[in-house]
Design a protein around this ligand. Structure first.
Ligand SMILES: Cc1cc2nc3c(=O)[nH]c(=O)nc-3n(C[C@H](O)[C@H](O)[C@H](O)COP(=O)(O)OP(=O)(O)OC[C@H]3O[C@@H](n4cnc5c(N)ncnc54)[C@H](O)[C@@H]3O)c2cc1C
Length: 412
């Protein structure tokens, strides 16, 4: 089967790309291994709510038009919205079509699936940034008596063994799970490394309204000082709860969660934590104030209310015995990574990440990637980033196909 563009993945990014290509009259197909919005249907925990407000969940030709713009959508509601979007734009999705390999073919690519092979001069990889949990190698040293899970396995606190949990990580997933697991009656120790602290609201408005208005989210990838580092910072410590509750480290301390430093390793059944808790918290506070200063500057006046410095435990533990029956579960909220094991092309770096320049894969022609953090702008990290990223990349594809003198339409 031949087409002009193969899009791999029918999450919001792949579908937004399909909408853009259809607008330009470019023939294409969207190949999806599961159902539309597979990640949100099968890989997220049921109580998850977006940390971005509903008004920001918009896609090309599909603004948010629900009744609760300032609310926070559940994973299930988002999956429903993405399914509706696929229907509204009439995306040519082939579900249950797992891509097993992508290799060079003539002047383009062959995309192999168990339903057949597609050839095309251009391919868009929209398989997501979060296919696999990013678990450190010393996770194998957790004693067998302790259950060890990732957020992809987590379905609710009630499914965990009774007893205390150690949660490793300090991004959005870690603090949300710490809050939920602690509220289920289990004692929680949270191992805190470098993190991003943001207030849920600032001067009476949601922090995302501020960042949107002040243009923070539109900062381009080539304007960011250290783009490699910026692409790897953890998600902000925010929760999208119906009551607008904060879940920063102070809120967790108030609940009774015990904070310790970054997990440095596990040996002989003992978890060892670094002594850097005060430093990483001070750094997160500093960066948060820098952002708030920028927002004040944009607003033309200084805000009165500022979050206090993160409160620290007096003597954070440096070790925890995982064999004495206290800890029953370790949750690895240590981030996610993409899976490109099916990509037979020389486009990955030593860490298995796609090398790209604003979504244009480097070193080859006609290959594009979407849905990665800070891909083209700060907002690329979030769902709304697909609106501008797909517009830009669709026009690059159109130029590429025009130069090759390819038939753009109806080659299916
Ligand atoms: C826990 C969590 C919470 C988040 N919260 C927010 C939030 O509050 N707000 C926000 O804006 N963003 C949030 N994000 C980030 C954002 O939603 C993700 O970046 C987004 O899911 C990426 O969309 P996507 O379409 O690129 O990828 P996905 O939604 O992951 O879609 C990729 C699709 O590709 C398919 N696929 C993968 N491999 C293959 C293959 N080999 N063959 C065929 N199909 C394949 C998958 O089945 C999937 O359907 C969150 C992410 C996570 C993990």
């Amino acid at each position: 089967m031949r087409t002009a563009t193969v899009i791999i993945g029918a999450g919001h990014a792949g579908l937004a790309m399909s909408c853009r290509l259809a607008e330009l009259g470019i023939d294409h197909v969207v190949l999806e291994r599961g159902e539309v919005a597979n990640s949100w249907r099968t890989e997220r925990w049921p109580s998850l709510r977006l940390l971005t407000p509903n008004w920001q969940t918009k896609l090309p030709s599909f603004p948010y038009d629900g009744a609760d713009p300032d609310g926070f959508m559940s994973a299930g509601a988002l999956a429903g919205l993405i399914r509706r979007y696929a229907g509204a734009i009439g995306a040519p999705v082939r579900t249950h079509t797992t891509v097993r390999a992508v290799g060079f073919h003539d002047d383009g690519y062959a995309v192999t699936t168990e339903q057949g092979t597609w050839t095309a001069p251009t391919v868009v990889v929209a398989t997501g940034a979060c296919n696999l949990p990013n678990v450190p190698p010393y996770a194998d040293a957790v004693p067998a008596s302790v259950s060890s899970i990732t957020p992809m396995d987590y379905r609710g606190a009630d499914d965990l063994p009774e007893g205390a949990a150690l949660i490793v990580g300090a991004g959005a997933t870690a603090v949300q799970l710490a809050d939920e697991i602690h509220r289920s009656g289990r004692a929680v120790t949270l191992s805190v490394g470098e993190h991003v602290r943001l207030p849920r609201t600032y001067r009476g408005c949601d922090i995302f309204s501020w960042m949107e208005s002040a243009g923070v989210l539109d900062e381009r990838f080539d304007e960011v000082d250290d783009i490699v580092r910026a692409r790897h910072v953890s998600s902000p410590q925010l929760l999208g709860s119906p009551d607008g509750r904060a879940v920063d480290l102070d809120a967790l301390t108030d609940l009774g969660v015990r904070l310790v430093g970054r997990l440095a390793g596990i040996a002989d059944g003992r978890a060892r934590f670094s002594g850097s808790l005060a430093n990483v918290c001070a750094l997160a506070d500093l960066k948060m104030h820098r952002l708030l200063n920028r927002l004040d500057e944009w607003a033309g006046s200084a805000g009165q209310e500022r979050p206090e410095r993160t409160r620290l435990p007096r003597d954070p533990a440096l070790e925890l015995d995982l064999t004495n029956g206290e800890i029953h579960t370790v949750v690895w909220a240590t981030g996610f990574r993409p899976d490109y094991s099916w990509l037979d092309l020389p486009v990955l770096d030593r860490c298995g990440r796609i090398r790209h320049d604003g979504g244009v894969v480097t070193g080859v022609r006609g290959l594009y990637v979407l849905g990665l953090p800070l891909l083209r702008r700060r907002r690329s990290t979030f769902i709304s980033g697909a609106v501008s990223d797909t517009r830009d990349i669709a026009s690059l594809i159109w130029r590429d196909l025009s130069r090759r003198d390819c038939a753009l339409t109806a080659v299916r």
